[in-house]
Design a protein around this ligand. Sequence first.
Ligand SMILES: [Zn+2]
Length: 292
Amino acid sequence: MPYPARELAPGVFAVLGDTGRGSEGRPNAGFVVTPEGVVVIDALASPAQGERLLATIRARTRQPPRWLILTHHHPDHHFGAIALRRAGAKVIAHPDRRTLAAEGGEDALRAEWTGVVGAEAMRGFEYANAADRRVTGTDTLRLGGRTLVISHPGAAHSPGDLVVWLPKERVLFAGDLLVEDGVTMVVDGDSRLLLDALARIDARDPRVVVPGHGAIPKRPATLLAATRRYLTGLQSDMRSAVEKGVPMQRALASLPPADGERPVSLNSRKRRNAVRVYLEEERRFMGLDSSP
Ligand SMILES: [Zn+2]
């Protein structure tokens, strides 16, 4: 059963995930059809979802998947990769696969994720997020007359972030640098690097941005501005707390508590980000961070 897809430009599709659920929903993915095969962007959260992504592609073209670009190494974006790989796709990814979620090792993450998506959806799972083609800077993929500029925006949302830009169509796949509600997670990344990355996205003046999760904004600038506003507000709150010697627990007191069983709910993201940004500001205040 195919997923809903939206043609953003001729041959350029967003595979639409859930909307209204923030980072908890099924992510967005995408694909670009060329006469020499299909370039797929992200693989979704399980082999079963990867198969449905393939069905979505096959409903639109008879071209086979040639490349799978992973925007990063969080499980909800790459646990379906094995389905694409078995269908013949080679993987383009950043080689840094470290994430908090995987700190306990690959087996523990697999077991934990099976608890999230269910054993049925995980049938046939193998890790398939290691790069056949590594990108740590900028790499231009040319296939069948299409140009995709793949670049590492810094460790903004996670160490292995990549964004995918189609300069001719002016479509940008942002991965989890953007989420529909403007509350991008930075616990695996860095709020200042994220702001830098957002500025570079803005400078490209995209016609369409596809966020990692949720509705595609009518105007990219609106979601970029909302995300920037959230991050700069959080930075300035945490900076002033640090400068006044307010301990972290008190600095976080005005935030709603995290939701225990929902690590990426809106409240959980806000609280976990606040912890992260407090620590960033503290390092800066103590002179431990020499970056500008
Ligand atoms: Zn993510």
